[in-house]
Design a protein around this ligand. Structure first.
Ligand code: FES
Length: 301
């Protein structure tokens, strides 16, 4: 306790020491870095990348698929533990559903992780343990199903129960990565920009065709002068937060330097993933040589 009476240490939640140990384990990088690099290479750009990222859906696909896997395996184990032997066939079918859903779930998850890990050591390491726990859970449930079908229900139930516990650690780390480390949410969600007109820059500051980053209120905004027009969209890429003003201009689209997402400068819409959410876009006006912006409301279809 400090002389002021303020505590110098925060009390940790029960699982925090485990998560911290994982996130500080540098030894995991030797495996995680090359794996992530390979994933990025195999899934770089194109329709498959957009499909697994959720560009077509409007947010990541992975969280929806995890519900199927975890839901199926959990339901099977609950039937095992709470139901009788007569529910064994239902339990086996649920395990089979979980196994079938595992592949696409893992693919979408590893894609999301590979895009996020270069900028964050903790994400890289926790993601590797998350994936490893889930793979072990899958192996145990698969062994459980095989064992049951060979006539040893008791051993199969035991294997499924152990698989469920291992899957629990994986699920916890998945929640941690999303909710505590911010992997997946639209990176502009907490500061979409003001709906009031605010000064952004002097008009003379802008060079034609050169993206310029300014801060309006607390919001980073990218301005681009194109002939007589000035475009303005949120500067923080909705995908993983890179600055769009560092990106490349291609006609009326800006290409993010980090993973190649393309956004339309006129309305912030996503033209190519892996981004899933549009950039907040701004109306622009010139008031006596001062460029002012205000947030453009999304247009409903
Ligand atoms: S941060 Fe990934 S595309 Fe922009």
């Amino acid at each position: 306790m400090s002389p002021s009476g303020l505590s110098t240490r925060r009390q940790l939640t029960p699982l925090e020491p485990i998560v911290r140990a994982i996130e500080n384990a540098r030894s995991l990088d030797a495996v995680a870095k090359p794996v992530a690099k390979t994933v990025r290479t195999l899934l770089s750009g194109g329709r498959i990348k957009d499909a697994v990222s959720g560009t077509w859906l409007g947010h990541a696909v992975h969280p929806m698929l995890t519900d199927v896997v975890i839901g199926s395996f959990t339901s099977a184990t609950l039937l095992d533990l709470l139901g009788g032997e007569e529910l064994g066939a239902a339990s086996e079918r649920l395990i089979a559903v979980g196994i079938a859903a595992y592949g696409p779930t893992a693919l979408t998850g590893v894609n999301d992780w590979a895009d996020a890990e270069p900028a964050n050591d903790a994400v890289r390491r926790a993601g590797l343990v998350h994936a490893t726990s889930n793979a072990l859970g899958l192996a145990l449930y698969t062994a459980s199903l095989v064992t049951r079908r060979r006539g040893s229900r008791g051993k199969g139930v035991l294997l499924g129960s152990v698989g469920w516990s291992v899957l629990g650690l994986g699920a916890y780390l998945g929640g941690h990565l999303t909710l505590n480390r911010g992997i997946g949410p639209d990176q502009t969600v907490f500061d979409p920009g003001s709906s009031d007109w605010l000064p952004a820059a002097d008009a003379g500051q802008l060079s034609p065709g050169r993206p310029t980053r300014v801060v309006v209120g607390d919001t980073p905004v990218m301005l681009l002068k194109d002939g007589e027009s000035v475009y303005a969209i949120h500067d923080r890429c909705s995908h993983r937060g890179c600055s769009l003003s560092d990106g490349e201009l291609d006609g009326r689209e800006i290409v993010c330097i980090c993973h190649g997402s393309r956004f339309d400068l006129r309305d912030g819409s996503v033209k190519r993933g892996p981004a899933t959410a549009a950039q907040p876009a701004f109306q622009v006006r010139d008031r006596d040589g001062v460029i002012e912006v205000r947030r453009l409301s999304p247009v409903s279809a």
